[in-house]
Design a protein around this ligand. Structure first.
Ligand code: AMP
Ligand code: ZN
Length: 145
C-alpha cells in the first residue's frame, strides 16, 4: 500500500526522479541523493511501511537477500574495499524518511570521511551488564528452529 505523503512512495511510483540501479516486483534500489560515499544506495520495499517495527518478516528477509546480491555486484563494479549495511528506525536513531529503507554504503580505503559510522563508547558496570543481559535473554519458545 502506498502512502501519499511519502517521498519514497513517490519515487517508487516514478513521480519523483531517481537514479535507479535495480527494480523488481517488490523492490526499487536507488542512489542516495546525499551519498556518504560513491555508490551509496537505498533498498526500498515497494509496499509502504515505516520501519523495522512495521515491515513483515518475509519482506525483511528478502531485503537481506537482495542486500547480499547487490553487495557482491556493487563491490565488483565499484572496486570498493568494504561495505556497510545500515537501517535507521525512529528519529532518535537518525531516521529522516519514514518508509523502511536499507542503506548500502560502499567503503573505500583512504576516503576522507572514513570515520563515519564510528561511535563513542558507553561504559557499564559488570552488574549493569548482567542486568541488561538478563533483560534481553530471548524466550526459548520464540526462537527459530
Ligand atoms: P535515513 O536518515 O536513514 O532515514 O535515510 C534517508 C536517506 O534518504 C538520506 O540518506 C537521504 O539522503 C535520502 N534521500 C532523501 N530524499 C531522497 C531522494 N529524493 N532521492 C534519494 N535519496 C533521498
Ligand atoms: Zn512510502
Amino acid at each position: 500500500m502506498r502512502n501519499n505523503d511519502c517521498i519514497f512512495c513517490k519515487i517508487i511510483a516514478g513521480e519523483i526522479p531517481s537514479c535507479t540501479i535495480y527494480e523488481d516486483g517488490a523492490f526499487k534500489v536507488i542512489l542516495d541523493v546525499n551519498p556518504a560515499s560513491k555508490g551509496h544506495a537505498l533498498i526500498l520495499p515497494k509496499e509502504h511501511c515505516a520501519d523495522i517495527y512495521e515491515i513483515d518478516e518475509e519482506t525483511a528477509a528478502n531485503v537481506m537477500k537482495l542486500a547480499k546480491k547487490l553487495t557482491h555486484y556493487m563491490t565488483e563494479q565499484l572496486r570498493c574495499d568494504g561495505f556497510n549495511l545500515l537501517q535507521n528506525n525512529h528519529e532518535v536513531a537518525g531516521q529522516t524518511v519514514y518508509h523502511f529503507h536499507m542503506h548500502l554504503i560502499p567503503r573505500y580505503h583512504g576516503a576522507r570521511n572514513n570515520d563515519i559510522l564510528r561511535w563513542s563508547h558507553e561504559t557499564f558496570s559488570a552488574g549493569e551488564m548482567d542486568e541488561i543481559c538478563n533483560k534481553l535473554k530471548f524466550p526459548e519458545q520464540f526462537q527459530a528452529d
